[in-house]
Design a protein around this ligand. Structure first.
Ligand code: NCD
Length: 337
């Protein structure tokens, strides 16, 4: 197992199976804090720099929430235009400074490799919140944590599962990181459903092949869904296309709704999506008519993001065994289940 204490978390490639298991073990221990059954002040006095140079809702807020739930404080900068990067400052200089202002950094940036470049100037741990079309390691961790939990309800496990990934597999960093993580497991059947032009990059298909998984690529949604245990839907990543028109031609090609689910998916298939789902009528990739369906795991998945990010903060700052020592009661009324 690799210790995360003091380390950057830049790519899923750093995470072996034992490390994944440890992250999930710590994430499970975070549940009572996330549910406000008790509090911990273990990171009181620590500061997270939450730097988001590209659009985000869930990832940014859940990083901040996770840090606050551990008792720490959050300083944030949002958008490129309002930061000194717009004045030509290098990522290295920015990092050098934030390393003195804060104890850990979470960062998202539109360019592949940018977060790793930033990390070269940082003496404090840097966690990649998404670098262009490259990677999104914390999302992959929360996705895998969710898959494990959801499959366990049906007495299944990740080894031997069947997963279908749907949509923009070329630009989707979540499916890139998730596919790489699946290589730590055994005997998985992966069906990649996308237009040919938006297919999963060849090097990732090769990694899955080398891990002994069975990979099928198809342009047919209904064929691909067939016997999947997990259906992982993605958005057309319009911000990565040269023009809006180019992105528009793929919008709405693959739609999952109640009728498609009932007719083409296994009854117990689990529907996932990193969110945001594109709910505009021309896209509507995951229909609202599934909102009350027990198979729709997308909000449970987003909730798990807080647990996994709490675990990563606790482990990179080396306090994962000290949480209960700094416990205190919750003073306010809460309706959280
Ligand atoms: C994803 C992302 O930013 O890559 N969102 C997220 O972090 N939950 C997926 C997307 O934007 O489509």
């Amino acid at each position: 197992m690799t210790s995360l204490k003091g380390s950057h978390v830049l790519s899923v490639n750093q995470l072996d199976l034992d490390t994944l298991k440890e992250i999930f073990h710590v994430a499970k221990q975070m549940e009572p804090y996330a549910k406000r059954q008790k509090r911990t002040k273990v990171l009181e006095g620590a500061i997270l720099a939450n730097l988001f140079f590209e659009a985000s809702t869930r990832t940014r807020v859940s990083f901040g929430t996770a840090f606050n739930l551990l008792g720490g404080s959050v300083r944030e900068t949002v958008g490129m235009a309002t930061s000194s990067l717009a004045k030509g400052e290098s990522l290295f200089d920015t990092a050098r400074m934030f390393a003195s202002y804060s104890d850990v950094v979470a960062m998202r940036h539109p360019d592949s490799g940018s977060v790793a470049e930033f990390a070269t100037g940082s003496s404090v741990p840097v966690i990649n919140g998404g670098d262009g079309a490259n990677e999104h390691p914390t999302q992959a961790l929360l996705d895998l944590f969710t898959i494990e939990k959801e499959l366990a309800n049906n007495a299944r496990q990740i080894d031997g599962m069947k997963i279908a990934m749907v949509g923009d597999l070329k630009h989707g960093r979540t499916v890139h990181s998730l596919s790489k993580l699946l290589c730590r497991y055994q005997n998985i059947e992966v069906t990649m459903i996308s237009p040919k032009e938006l297919a999963m990059p060849d090097y990732i298909i090769a990694e899955l092949d080398n891990a002994g998984h069975k990979v099928t690529q198809t342009e047919s949604l209904v064929d691909g869904l067939n016997d999947a245990d997990i259906v992982y839907v993605t958005r057309i990543q319009e911000e990565r296309f040269a023009s809006q028109e180019e992105a528009d031609q793929y919008r709405g090609q693959f739609r999952i709704n109640k009728q498609i689910f009932t007719n083409h998916c296994q009854q117990k298939a689990v529907i996932m999506h990193p969110l945001p789902r594109d709910s505009r009528p021309q896209a509507n990739e995951l229909d609202n008519d599934l909102n009350e369906h027990p198979s729709l795991a997308v909000f449970r998945q987003a909730d798990n993001g807080v647990l996994v990010r709490m675990a990563l903060f606790a482990m990179t700052l080396g306090v994962e065994k000290q949480m209960s020592q700094y416990e205190c009661p919750v003073n306010w009324h809460t309706n959280k289940a």
